[in-house]
Design a protein around this ligand. Structure first.
Ligand SMILES: *Cc1c(COP(=O)(O)O)cnc(C)c1O
Length: 439
């Protein structure tokens, strides 16, 4: 097994990287590059991993995929077929899920500034749960529900003041956060009282999300304790929480330096923690909801790029440029995210040099990987960059008017185009081209 191997990745008889039984060099020829390739079997395996321990333990639960990691019609259809719910954070994600025929009753709507129009859309489309984030939103939602003469299930998003160990820019659980009702200052209980007074809002419990790329369960333990302490206070008013949603943030292995737990291990610990805390607080065990995003799709995604130009600075470094970059993967530029890559036509080849992989965008910061050991590469070689399935395509842009890549699903030796490559015309199609008068 090579160090790079995730899911069904292997070296085939041609000596090429294959994923889902499909030769990546053939994928690059058939669909062009940059290309995002998703290993469907691995996504299914991750989903099953998150469900397995809940099922075995006979604990009431819900797994919802945080669609912001990668949202597409085919993805929502895959989720629906695997029996998991989803989190949506915008009207656009609700729309995409709806186009996919996704059962929106199993969806939760998150976000710190949902508009009245988005809330109206969610209610009309039949989104099951609204995760209330702030006082303004409570009023907006109540108004929308009055207009439709409807009720809806809600959770309160709590900022428990716990920060998981991760990069500062992707931390959301600490006190000084734009998300949720603060625990310490009493906002959470104020929100509880406000919602309890509104009969159209059916409060089912609480939600928190302490961060991303979390490698141990200590943070979930601290968060669960804070949440159950809060629910114990509210229980004195006669309220019983049916749902404790502990969010997502389960880590993945971008490089050998990352040592995440398996989905089953996260879930096993979370069940034990919640059981213990609920017992201590003398509360009935709530349904446990989790919201993995990255950990369901990151490792299943591989980006294929074609190698182009090269710049050698003797004694300093060698830049090898590829035909994509920050437009299809902003994470290295935004978070200094680390990745690994191989030559898809020689995945096991011995490294003969160290190069830095540059994107093609007009930013010096558009670097995909610094200091990557690689066999000798030539223009036209295909570079396969691993673990790009989360927050890559979903954060893609048309910077420099570069089209966004195509996306394929691969499984059992078959490939299926699920998102077409953008064309120049696609990018210009919202531009008006009427008369040359200057206003
Ligand atoms: C982003 C987010 C998630 C998913 O986070 P991952 O790190 O991708 O698992 C889950 N819940 C909420 C509320 C989020 O904002």
């Amino acid at each position: 097994m090579s160090y790079y191997q995730y899911g069904t990745q292997t070296t085939n008889q041609a000596g090429h990287l294959s994923i889902g039984g499909v030769d990546t060099i053939e994928l690059a020829h058939e669909y062009g590059t940059p290309l995002m390739v998703y290993d469907v079997a691995l996504i299914k395996q991750r989903i099953a991993g998150f469900k397995q321990v809940f099922e075995e333990a006979g604990v009431a639960y819900k797994v919802t995929y945080a669609s912001k990691a990668f949202a597409a019609i085919a993805m929502y259809q895959l989720l629906a077929a695997q029996g998991v719910g989803c989190d949506v954070v915008s009207g656009g994600e609700i729309y995409t899920a709806q186009q996919a025929g996704f059962p929106l009753a199993t969806a939760s709507f998150h976000g710190n500034n949902k508009s009245a129009a988005e809330l109206d859309y969610a209610v009309t489309a039949g989104v099951g749960t609204i995760v209330l984030d702030n006082f303004h939103e409570i009023d907006l939602l109540d108004q929308v529900l009055q207009e439709h003469d409807q009720k809806i299930d809600v959770l309160l998003r709590i900022a428990p003041g716990i920060s998981a160990h991760t990069h500062e820019y992707i931390m959301t659980g600490q006190e000084d956060s734009k998300f949720g009702f603060d625990l310490k200052s009493g906002q959470a209980t104020q929100a509880f009282e406000k919602v309890q007074a509104l009969p159209r809002l059916n409060l089912r419990g609480v939600h928190c999300h302490i961060g991303s790329q979390i490698f141990e369960t200590k943070g979930f333990e601290m968060a669960a304790k804070a949440m159950i302490d809060l629910l114990a206070q509210w229980a004195k008013t006669g309220f019983t929480a049916e749902v404790l949603n502990l969010g997502g943030g389960f880590g993945v292995r971008y490089t050998a330096a990352d040592q995440p737990l398996a989905p089953q291990e996260y879930v096993r610990d979370i069940i034990a923690i919640v059981k213990k805390e609920a017992t201590t607080a003398n509360l009935p065990l709530p349904e446990i909801w989790i919201e993995p995003g990255r950990s369901m799709v990151a490792e299943a995604g591989t980006s294929l790029y074609t190698v182009g130009s090269r710049k050698d600075l003797p004694g300093i470094r060698s830049y090898v440029a590829v035909d994509g970059g920050m437009g299809d993967n902003i994470r290295p530029a935004l978070y200094e995210a680390k990745y690994n890559a191989v030559l898809a036509n020689d995945p096991d080849g011995a490294a003969v040099e160290t190069v830095s992989i540059a994107g093609k965008y007009c930013e010096s910061g558009d670097m995909l990987i610094w200091d990557l050991p690689l066999p000798q590469s030539q223009p036209g070689d295909v570079l396969a960059m691993f673990v790009t399935g989360a927050y890559g395509y979903s954060m893609a842009s048309n910077y420099n008017r570069n089209p966004r890549p195509a996306v394929v699903f691969v499984e059992n030796g078959q490939s299926r185009l699920i998102i077409k490559r953008e064309t120049y015309a696609d990018m210009a199609h919202l531009d008006l081209n009427e008369s040359p008068s200057h206003l």
